[in-house]
Design a protein around this ligand. Structure first.
Ligand code: ADP
Ligand code: ADP
Length: 222
């Protein structure tokens, strides 16, 4: 059975269909890219999967449960956005701890998880620095770390590398792909960049005007 099941999902804004009858099954250990031009409905789809918005029609199940019926902290979904959204006056350690503080985790548990995620992302020696003292790639790793620190069972990424220069982007593509295989959880990676989708993912879902136009192993599509 699928880990995430998207069944005939549409999202309307008035008469306008931002998403139009999208169905997609995602399995437990895959890296899937949602590829499409700006305005095609990618972010809308991510928000629906995250349970931050409700489909107008259709349903989304996460481990067999309707996402809209799960409390946010029970969804186990991490998110990483294009904007790093780091707190400039807080250290890397505090930035990484933030999602756990929001959930009132115990102090010892927070410390342990911050150390864990910093280890995975090679940030262990930078925990007491401020964001301005990090390179662009390191800042993006902190943003990734915040998405991972609560040990999600699914990570959603919305154009996380769009603000990085080309060289750094290619480096981070390889890293992100490695983290996904290491963690063994699905990554759903939204991008308008075909190169990025091709270099990272197991499968690519091509979306255009709110419709799923193609879906397959990356070799089958291009
Ligand atoms: P993408 O992420 O692919 O750039 P979006 O999912 O953000 O696309 O948007 C898809 C379409 O839905 C766009 O035409 C956008 O203008 C429209 N849209 C998104 N959110 C809203 C909203 N809250 N109200 C009205 N239209 C929206
Ligand atoms: P992205 O391009 O990364 O999807 P946008 O800047 O398009 O992000 O959207 C940011 C926010 O604005 C989202 O919450 C989206 O729902 C909302 N939005 C996007 N397009 C419209 C629109 N045409 N009308 C109202 N809200 C919109």
């Amino acid at each position: 059975s699928s880990y995430i099941r998207i069944d005939n999902v549409s999202r309307r804004y008035g008469a306008f269909k931002a998403l139009d009858d999208v169905s997609l099954d995602i399995s437990k250990e895959e890296f899937i890219a949602i590829l499409g031009p700006s305005g095609s409905g990618k972010s809308t789809l991510l928000r629906l999967i995250a349970g931050l918005d409700r489909p107008t029609e259709g349903r989304i199940h996460f481990e067999g449960k309707d996402v809209t019926e799960l409390a946010p902290h029970k969804r186990g979904i991490g998110m990483v956005f294009q904007e790093f959204l780091l707190f400039p006056h807080r250290t890397v350690r505090e930035n990484l701890a933030f999602p756990l503080r929001m959930r009132n985790e115990a102090k010892g548990e927070i410390e342990e998880r911050v150390e864990w995620v910093a280890g995975i992302l090679s940030l262990s020696t930078m925990l007491d620095r401020y964001p301005s003292q990090l390179s662009g790639g390191q800042q993006q790793r902190v943003a990734l770390g915040r998405g991972l620190v609560a040990r999600p069972t699914l990570l959603l990424l919305d154009e996380p590398l769009a603000n990085l220069d080309r060289e750094l982007r290619q480096e981070m593509e390889i890293e992100i792909r490695r983290y996904q295989k290491q963690l063994g959880i699905p990554f759903i990676y939204v991008t308008h960049n075909q190169e990025e989708a091709l270099s990272m993912s197991d499968r690519i879902a091509v979306i255009n005007n709110g419709r799923l136009e193609a879906l397959g192993e990356r070799q089958a599509i291009y």
